[in-house]
Design a protein around this ligand. Structure first.
Ligand code: SAH
Length: 280
C-alpha cells in the first residue's frame, strides 16, 4: 500500500479547521512544512474521494466564517519511504496527572495509565488540543462522578473511550459514523486488552439508555444538531464533555445545550480550540 502526500496551501486562520476535517476523513498524518499543510492519506481510499474531502473542506470553512481559499497538489509515495516519517510524528505524550498516550512501537511510560493508540486511519492521538483537553477533563471528572456508563460520540481511534475504561468506567460505548474509525477503535481496544468497551457504527441515535458521562469531540454544527439527544442520554447526576469548537463557535453550541437543559460548569481554551463541561 502507498500513501498520497497532499501539500495544501491555506490561510493560517483556517488551518486548524482543515486539519480537523482531514483527520475525520481518513487522513492519517499531518505536518506543517514551509507554511503549507502536508497531509497523508492511504492510497486505498482512492484519489477521487480524497480530493473530494479536501474540496468539501472549502464549504465547511466558509460556513465557519473562515477564509476558504485552498490550493493543493499531491504525489504518491511508496510505503517504504512513508514508514519512518510516520513514526517520527507520533511520540509518547503525558496528559493530565495520570495519563499517557503511546504508539504501539514505543515503551510504556512508568507510573502513568498508558493508552496505547495506533492512529491507523482515524483521528485521535492525543496530540490535538481538543483530544488532550477532553482527556484532562474526563480524568478530572472521573474522580468525583459515578463511573458506570460512559458514551463517546465520534470515537475516532477510540482514545476517549479507552481512557474512560482505564479510568474505571464499568461499561463504555463508542460510536462513529466512519467505518475506518470503527476498525481503528476496535484495533486499539484490543491493543489495550479491554473487554468493557463496545464500538458501534453510527451516531448517538444508535445507542440506548442513560449515561453517567458523555464525551463528544465533534464539529460545532454536529454538536448543535445532537444537543437534545445528548441531554436525553445524560443521567441527571452525570456530566458531558464537548470539544471540537473553534473559539467563537462555542456561543452557539452553549445556547443549544442550554435549550436542551444542560449548563456549562467549565470552559477550557487551548490555542483556538474550546472545550466545555456541562451538567443538567
Ligand atoms: N474522539 C476522538 C476523535 C474525534 S474526531 C478524539 O477526541 O480525538 C471526530 C470523530 O467523529 C471522527 O472519527 C468522525 O468520523 C466522527 N463523526 C463525525 N460526525 C459524526 C456524527 N454525527 N456522529 C458520530 N461520529 C461522528
Amino acid at each position: 500500500m502507498g500513501y498520497y502526500e497532499f501539500k495544501i496551501n491555506i490561510a493560517d486562520e483556517s488551518k486548524d479547521a482543515l486539519i480537523e476535517h482531514l483527520s475525520a476523513n481518513g487522513c492519517i498524518g499531518i505536518v506543517e512544512y514551509n507554511g503549507n499543510i502536508v497531509a497523508y492519506f492511504p492510497d486505498n481510499i482512492g484519489i477521487n474521494k480524497i480530493t473530494g474531502f479536501i474540496q468539501s473542506a472549502g464549504q465547511l470553512l466558509k460556513r465557519a466564517g473562515l477564509d476558504n481559499r485552498l490550493y493543493f497538489d499531491f504525489t504518491l509515495i511508496e510505503e517504504r519511504d512513508w514508514n519512518e516519517s510516520w513514526k517520527e510524528n507520533f511520540r509518547p505524550i503525558k496528559i493530565g496527572k495520570k495519563l499517557a498516550v503511546i504508539p504501539p512501537w514505543e515503551q510504556m511510560i512508568k507510573e502513568r495509565i498508558n493508552l496505547v493508540i495506533d492512529p491507523a486511519m482515524a483521528f485521535g492521538t492525543g496530540h490535538h488540543e481538543t483530544t488532550r483537553t477532553c482527556l484532562m477533563l474526563i480524568e478530572r471528572f472521573s474522580i468525583k462522578y459515578k463511573k458506570e456508563r460512559f458514551l463517546d460520540i465520534g470515537t475516532g481511534t477510540g482514545i476517549l473511550a479507552i481512557a474512560a475504561s482505564m479510568l474505571g468506567y464499568r461499561d463504555v460505548i463508542g460510536v462513529d459514523t466512519d467505518p475506518l474509525s470503527i476498525e481503528a477503535a476496535q484495533g486499539n481496544i484490543a491493543l489495550n486488552h479491554l473487554s468493557n468497551v463496545n464500538i458501534k457504527h453510527g451516531s448517538i441515535s444508535v445507542v440506548e439508555g442513560i449515561y453517567d458521562a458523555i464525551a463528544a469531540n465533534l464539529m460545532s454544527e454536529i454538536l448543535i444538531e445532537i444537543a437534545d439527544e445528548i441531554a436525553s442520554r445524560l443521567d441527571r447526576n452525570g456530566y458531558a464533555v464537548l470539544s471540537g469548537m473553534i473559539e467563537g463557535q462555542e456561543t452557539e453550541v452553549i445556547k443549544a445545550m442550554q435549550k436542551a437543559g444542560l449548563n456549562v460548569i467549565e470552559k477550557v481554551l487551548d490555542d483556538k480550540w474550546v472545550s466545555i463541561a456541562l451538567i443538567k
